[in-house]
Write a protein of this length. Structure first.
Length: 285
């Protein structure tokens, strides 16, 4: 149950897609003065050393953020994302990678709030230790719950501000995560219909993954966006990650155009073989 450690995968192609979308959405939320909450159901450790033992073992970041690093020809969505990563690598050497909690904290204003769930006992401890090193404003804005994010998010909806985003990105090591993710979105919408729900999902050869995405697209909601990135052909033995996607309920209206510009470039840049491709779909009312 507790075998997954995100540090092994920090900064890989899936993180690039997920965090580029997240940065764009946070920027959109900040365009209005009204405060908002961000709820992260599977927060991880928050900050990762790319030259550390875990991340350097497979060095997945080299085929992710590493391929964007130092480029000056990036579309706006990708350039904004890389600019955020550069804040953690001021000397220009790619050594640190911020996860979604840190990218979110960088965007929050004084009145905005962050609620983090992390059930993995080691990860939640590291997350708390990393957070303790931040300033008082960040500490005041943030609460960590070392418990199940699927269950915990329900008690926080709707947020007092009536503006908010829920980021749902489990590891999906447990195949029940696919069902629980779909259920969490359904229940979240019942409690907070105007909220934004951002679901990260893996592209793997597993029926549960396909069924979950189909279930999300069939939800009776007016506005959603679904973007996916395939970086290579599926492995012949049926295992492994060949891409990932983001499904967003009530997305910023600017996001589709930004992704339409960025995804052809990103697909070419992160391609690991001739099967690299992307999809971009939306329902907009």
């Amino acid at each position: 149950m507790f075998s997954y450690r995100h540090a092994f995968h920090a900064g890989n192609h899936a993180d690039v897609l997920k965090h580029a979308v997240l940065v764009q959405m946070l920027d959109y939320f900040n365009r209005k003065d009204a405060p908002y909450w961000v709820i992260d159901t599977h927060a991880g450790a928050g900050l990762y050393a790319l030259d550390g033992e875990w991340a350097s073992k497979n060095a997945e970041f080299e085929d992710g953020i590493g391929r964007l690093w130092g480029r000056e020809d990036l579309p706006a969505l990708l350039a904004d994302y890389v600019r955020e990563i550069e804040r953690y690598n001021p000397n220009g050497r790619l050594r640190h990678y911020p996860g979604s909690p840190w990218l979110t904290l960088d965007a929050l204003r004084d009145r905005d709030r962050l609620r983090l769930f992390e059930m993995h006992p080691t990860e939640s401890g590291i997350l708390a230790g990393n957070l303790d090193k931040l300033d008082r404003v960040n500490l005041r804005q943030t609460t960590i719950y070392a418990t199940d994010g699927f269950e915990g998010m329900k008690a926080l909806l709707p947020p007092p501000t009536r503006r908010g985003m829920v980021l749902i990105d489990p590891s999906y090591e447990d195949k029940q995560d696919y069902r629980r993710t779909l259920t969490a979105v359904k229940e979240g919408i019942k409690r907070f219909a105007t909220g934004t729900y951002a679901v990260w999902y893996p592209l793997v050869q597993r029926r549960e993954a396909t069924d979950m995405v189909r279930g999300l697209e069939n939800l009776q909601i007016k506005n959603w966006l679904n973007v996916s990135l395939t970086v290579k052909k599926p492995a012949s033995e049926g295992f492994g990650l060949h891409g990932s996607g983001m499904f967003i309920v009530n997305p910023p209206w600017t996001l589709h155009a930004a992704l339409k510009e960025a995804m052809p470039f990103l697909t070419k840049l992160l391609a690991q073989d001739e099967r690299a491709a992307f999809t971009l779909k939306q329902r907009a009312d």
